[in-house]
Design a protein around this ligand. Structure first.
Ligand code: G4P
Length: 526
């Protein structure tokens, strides 16, 4: 197997409380990356305690930042990218999903598909990211397994292929029956972190099933027969195309089905996929086997070390074999950047990365050079596509409490725009910056970080504008449009022209009238 073929780069998507943190922890335990349950959470709390602004996360019980965790099992390297689980749609989450090859969707067996799961699923579908479904918490009373599978199938328009079946749930739970191998995994009774005991049966008719399941043996037989006859069998191709989801029942808390999930990822989940890019204005796909190193920045995170205001850019390697000390060119600026201290992330540790391959994520410490959407290349002249900024849905004027702090304010806003937390617009007329965000939460994060990190007290006032679009077209037309609409025009941080509209009605009116101008709701880094 080639080295990229041994990589599985994936994310977990779920609604808050479905069990993402618990499952992450168990995956890391099985992968040998941590040694005791509770370490992921403990680490989270320590990290939070260190950093003031993250109080907002605690207060709202959410995790705003996301990170990468790598573990290895059976010769396969798993890169798990954490997606923030809060309710506001976040650009960060979207872009994290651009950097994975597959996803695991965790569903609470008592609740089925919930709002956030669905939203994240739609993002995965947009990019054809294949999904394995994990129906969690079977150790508790849950909904009927058929009802849950039908809900996944109907709501998400996906074929479902159950890989195992729960013998009862909650108080009745006797174990999990593997529909393909006929293995039966039963609790061994030693408590929380016991993966249980596997019994090889000869199939559903095997009398061992009666011994294992007691009074519910017949129910398991009936249900499993029905499931085998009524649902699709696993077709790896359909799964990789995003048309079918393999489904595993399990309990992250009790370690049930977690190992089967890792095995399913290893067996079916795609290795690094070709990444969409442009070369000389033409759409191309960069193959992971391409010997030239290339990659893209999907996230920039500040505060990883609160002592220094360092920022880490997360680079997904798209092709080639990266070696420490290599010089890569930032396509947007043409600048050569020597990557001397690239970082790998493990559950609790970071390590200097001496080499990395397609599918891997490396952290690059830098001071504002690298930005979200940046492409880094060894020689080739490609830029990766599909890592956009989104047109803001909330626009606010920034008002400074203390006018002597305007320089700090500028730095802070620029820093955070570089991280992709907010966007910054400079109106053509007037000097007050306008901050744009996609969701309310981003605004709260911004205010609390301005105070905690930059000691700047700022407030936000409503701006007359509600929405914005990047404009493009023939230079003469663009120039004319800007002149005609000066009060509503601004520039983004790259100097790209942005039209701000008071409401959707105005936006529609202008876009329909101005046929020579293209209005875009997203913009990608060059
Ligand atoms: P999240 O990251 O998706 O938000 O969920 P998290 O893992 O924090 O789990 C949410 C709650 O569900 C936690 O309980 C967790 O223990 C519980 N949970 C997760 N997986 C299972 C499972 O397989 N079975 C059962 N019965 N419970 C599960 P909590 O009481 O909110 O937190 P804690 O006090 O247990 O930490």
């Amino acid at each position: 197997m080639s080295i990229p073929a041994q990589r599985r780069t994936f994310a977990i998507i779920s609604h808050p409380d479905a069990g993402k943190t618990t499952l992450t922890e168990k995956l890391l335990l099985f992968g040998g990356a941590i040694h005791a349950a509770g370490e992921v959470r403990a680490r989270g709390q320590n990290r939070r305690a260190r950093s003031d602004w993250m109080k907002i996360e605690q207060a709202r019980g959410i995790s705003v930042t996301s990170s990468v965790m790598t573990f290895e099992r059976g010769g396969i390297v798993f890169n798990l990218l954490d997606t923030p689980g809060h309710e506001d749609f976040s650009e960060d989450t979207y872009r994290t999903l651009t950097a994975v090859d597959s996803a695991v969707m965790v569903i609470d067996a008592a609740r089925g598909i919930e709002a956030q799961t669905r939203k994240l699923f739609e993002v995965c579908r947009l990019r054809d990211v294949p999904i394995i479904t994990f129906i969690n918490k079977v150790d508790r009373e849950g909904r009927d397994p058929f009802e849950l599978l039908d809900e996944v199938s109907d709501m998400l328009a996906l074929d479902v292929a159950p890989l195992n079946w729960p013998a009862g749930m909650g108080g009745e739970f006797k174990g999990l029956y593997d529909l393909r191998t006929h293995e039966f995994l039963r609790p061994d009774g030693t408590g929380t972190n016991a993966a249980g005991e596997t019994v090889q049966t000869g199939g559903l008719d095997d009398p061992q099933i009666d011994a294992l399941c007691g009074p519910i043996a017949q129910r398991l037989r009936d249900q499993a027969e029905l499931a085998l006859g009524g649902y699709a069998t696993l077709d790896a191709e359909l799964y990789r195309k995003g048309a079918l989801t393999p489904v595993l029942f399990g309990s992250a808390l009790k370690d049930f089905g977690v190992e089967a999930l890792i095995d399913a990822l290893a067996e079916f989940a795609p290795s690094p996929r070709p990444q969409p890019a442009q070369r000389n204005g033409e759409a191309v796909a960069i193959d992971p086997g391409d010997p030239q190193v290339s990659g893209f920045v999907f996230k920039v995170q500040a505060n990883m070390n609160p002592q220094h205001r360092d920022r880490i850019a997360f680079l997904r390697i798209a092709s080639g074999k990266f070696r420490r000390g290599m010089k890569l060119r930032q396509v947007a600026t043409g600048k050569a950047i020597a990557i001397n201290s690239p970082i790998f992330f493990f559950a609790q540790d970071r390590e200097i990365a001496d080499e990395a391959f397609a599918g891997d994520i490396i952290g690059i410490p830098n001071h504002g050079v690298l930005r979200v959407g940046d492409s880094l290349v060894e020689k080739d002249d490609v830029s990766f596509t599909g890592i956009p900024n989104f047109a803001p849905e909330i626009l606010r004027r920034v008002r400074l409490g203390d006018p002597t702090k305007s320089k700090q304010l500028r730095t802070a806003l620029t820093d955070m725009a570089e991280e992709g937390v907010t966007q910054l617009f400079k109106p053509v007329i007037g000097s007050q910056w306008i901050v744009g965000v996609v969701g309310q939460l981003q605004l709260e994060v911004l205010i609390s970080r301005l105070e905690a990190e930059y000691r700047v007290a700022a407030s936000f006032e409503a701006s007359p504008y509600e929405t914005a679009r990047w404009i493009s077209g023939e230079p003469a037309e663009v120039k004319r449009f800007i002149e005609d609409n000066r009060p509503a025009m601004a520039e983004d941080r790259d100097g790209a022209p942005v039209f701000m509209a008071r409401d959707n009605w105005e936006l529609n009116y202008v876009t329909q009238r101005e046929t020579a101008i293209r209005f875009s709701a997203t913009r990608e880094r060059a």
